[in-house]
Design a protein around this ligand. Structure first.
Ligand code: ZN
Length: 288
């Protein structure tokens, strides 16, 4: 049976032992010690050097001795020889390892180069430039345990309703709020710091409670679309928008809330390069 990976050994050094005699045939200075280095290979490509082993052979009677069976004088002589001329593992036994390292270093430096010097017009940089993301992060930061009843009547009314309906086990005082109206769209962000007290499977009840409250509020009857995001202690756990929902209760994609802030911006720099001015004004008129 052929194994495509495993260990192999190669001879890396020969030492002649001085001041010894063979315990078997008593011939003096007849020993040659061969040292082998074992390495791990994959498809016969050496990857990592492993351990070394040595074996002594008497040139006269051909009897061989593993290091464990060396006589004290053989041991002494071998140690001296090793100090004088050490058996080093050949560098090629780590060839595979070095090739892999070089490969990863190359990939890493290319990606670094791409990050710092690459073209700025890639999809990734467009995404991170999406100003709606910044607006959402900003609003999430504004989620607050305190707000003024006069300035934010909607938030207050919502909080009152939610406090009344709240899931058992949750402390209403630990729920923080932020709301925002944009034309006929209403954004509701909650942060529930002790979310872990609610079973994952029943967390989506929070969304139902919020929706019940929203539908019951007189001041919101002109609102068409609700965008609800609920933050746990560390991350967004529930999201519901008119188009999408993440109601698993553990991890939700907060960027599903982005349509609240408007359409995804198109890459304006690219448009200016390739689309003649006349066409863009035409398309503007069409869309209006
Ligand atoms: Zn011998």
């Amino acid at each position: 049976m052929i194994f495509f990976f495993g260990t192999r050994a190669s001879k890396i050094k020969e030492h002649q032992l001085r001041n010894t005699s063979c315990p078997y045939c008593s011939t003096a200075n007849s020993f040659t010690v061969s040292t082998y280095s074992r390495y791990f290979h994959f498809f016969w490509i050496p990857i990592i050097p492993l351990f070394k082993s040595s074996i002594a052979e008497c040139g006269h009677c051909k009897k061989s001795y593993a290091t464990a069976n060396f006589s004290p004088e053989m041991n002494r002589s071998f140690e001296q020889e090793k100090q004088r001329d050490p058996a080093k593992r050949p560098i090629w036994q780590g060839l595979g390892c070095m090739v892999l390292l070089a490969f990863f270093a190359l990939v890493f430096s290319i990606s670094l180069y791409g990050t710092f010097f690459g073209p700025k017009n890639t999809t990734k940089s467009t995404l991170s430039k999406d100003p709606r993301r910044a607006s959402l992060e900003e609003d999430i930061r504004k989620i607050s345990p305190v707000f003024s009843k006069e300035k934010e009547p909607l938030t207050s009314a919502l909080k009152e309703c939610i406090n009344y309906e709240i899931v058992s086990g949750l402390d209403p005082a630990k729920i923080q709020y932020f709301t925002r109206m944009e034309e006929n769209r209403f954004l509701i962000l909650l942060k529930v710091r002790d979310m872990k007290k609610v079973e994952v499977s029943s967390r989506k009840v929070l969304i139902d409670i919020i929706e019940d409250c929203l539908y019951a509020m007189e001041d919101l009857k002109d609102v068409d679309d609700y965008y609800i995001g609920i933050e746990g202690r560390w991350n967004t756990v529930l999201v519901k928008t008119p188009l999408e929902a993440d109601l698993g209760g553990r991890f939700a994609d907060k960027y599903k809330l982005l349509p609240f802030y408007g359409e995804e911006p198109t890459d304006t720099s690219k448009e200016m390069d390739s689309v003649p001015a006349k066409v863009s004004s035409d398309s503007l008129r069409l869309s209006n």
